[in-house]
Write a protein that binds this ligand. Structure first.
Ligand code: CP3
Length: 345
């Protein structure tokens, strides 16, 4: 049997047609997702219901035939499993209890105590590895320590991550202890996802772009490197995708420096620049602007072809630069996939 297309790209192969999946492919732009979410009651109940979480993971695979399915869960389940309170405010986003000092870090549960809370997620992975089509790759994921910490410190999403920056500068010991705890928990969590059947894992560092210079190395690069090394030691050969979103120049060398097999790119970098500076080291993923899923038309086709063309001489997994938004048109997703798969440029 030929290996699955995503696994071939992650192994460094240049394929005639890039495999494709989409961040947030299971989400509110799909009517079938909204129906299952209503059945679950709310977002967190959906995350912790293995049958329904598996169902929403499978919906975009059935509708579009993506090359990968991404486990349906959220990066904020790890803080919850470590003892933080977590809830979602409709129309606003996540809220958590806040944490700003060493006593707060010490009150967290140990990293090996997360599995009771997260057991339903591992069950979702098991269901998916049974039910996915043979050619579809199952991707597990977690938030990167810095991004998860920004939510744990502020208790919510913040435009500039100021509370986490304040803590890392003013209480570095406590902040480093927090990063260490999240790093350990993330290794445990991803390791269990892999044991349950995840074939690839992705580390989402959505707020890496607000770290510069030595802080980027310390809080984005080093944790990704530690997680990747630990996972590969426990699960030899497991491919890792790192997503240091909006890293800019920080994308250069990020794959080799962390040991990640693939660097996911957001759309603040051009595909031509990234082909030259990032793809030269190995597989890249990305990076069509998610706004095209709202606006569609010839611009969608042109920009999709531009991304495929820019990355055609090396290993590439086609994706958006960030998650698809709830106002996207499902027809535009179909047009993007058709454009990628029919490209002969
Ligand atoms: O990509 C997928 O389809 C897999 C599932 C997935 C979700 N969240 C489901 C979700 C993944 C990989 C995530 C990652 C995630 N979650 C990140 C990193 C990636 C990124 O987008 O930058 C972050 C920062 C979070 C935290 C989070 N979860 C926020 C800020 C929000 C609210 C914003 C929003 O879109 O409403 C969520 C909620 C969330 N996570 C939804 C989904 C489908 C929407 C919830 C709903 O159904 O109402």
């Amino acid at each position: 049997m030929t290996a699955k297309p995503i696994l071939r790209a992650l192994a460094g192969e240049t394929l005639p047609t890039p495999p494709i999946w989409m961040m947030r492919q299971a989400g509110r732009y799909l009517p079938e997702y909204r129906a299952t979410r209503a059945q679950a009651g709310d977002f967190l109940s959906l995350c912790y219901n293995p049958e329904l979480a598996a169902e929403v993971t499978l919906q975009p695979i059935r509708r579009y035939g993506f090359d990968a399915a991404i486990l349906f869960a959220d990066i904020l389940l790890v803080p919850q499993a470590l003892g933080a309170d977590l809830w979602f405010v409709t129309g606003e986003g996540p809220r958590l209890s806040t944490l700003t000092d060493m006593p707060g870090v010490q009150a967290l549960k140990p990293s090996d105590a997360i599995h009771d809370t997260l057991a339903p997620v591992y069950e979702t992975v098991k269901i998916l590895s049974r039910e996915l089509p043979a050619e579809t790759t199952l991707i597990g994921f977690a938030g990167a320590p810095w991004t998860v910490a920004t939510y744990m410190v502020a208790g919510r999403g913040t435009p500039d991550q100021a509370p986490a920056h304040k803590m890392r500068v003013e209480a570095p010991e406590a902040f480093d202890a927090l990063i260490a705890r999240i790093t350990e928990a993330t290794i445990e969590y991803l390791s269990m996802q892999i044991a349950a059947g995840a074939e690839v894992v992705k580390i989402f560092d959505s707020w890496a772009g607000s770290l510069k210079g030595a802080a980027f190395t310390r809080y984005a690069l080093e944790p990704a490197k530690a997680i990747t090394a630990a996972l590969k030691a426990r699960h030899p050969g497991i491919p890792v995708i790192a997503f240091p979103r909006e890293a800019g120049e920080g994308y250069i060398g990020f794959g080799p420096a962390t040991g990640a097999d693939c660097v996911a790119l957001d759309n603040s970098v051009s595909p031509e620049w990234a082909a030259e500076h990032v793809q030269k080291d190995g597989c890249v993923q990305g990076n069509l602007a998610a706004s095209h899923m709202v606006t569609g038309g010839q611009a969608l086709v042109d920009e999709t072809e531009r991304v495929v063309r820019a990355f055609r001489n090396g290993p590439h997994i086609f994706n958006l630069g960030h998650g698809i938004t709830p106002d996207a048109d499902p027809e535009n997703v179909a047009l993007m996939i058709e454009t990628v798969r029919n490209f002969r440029g």
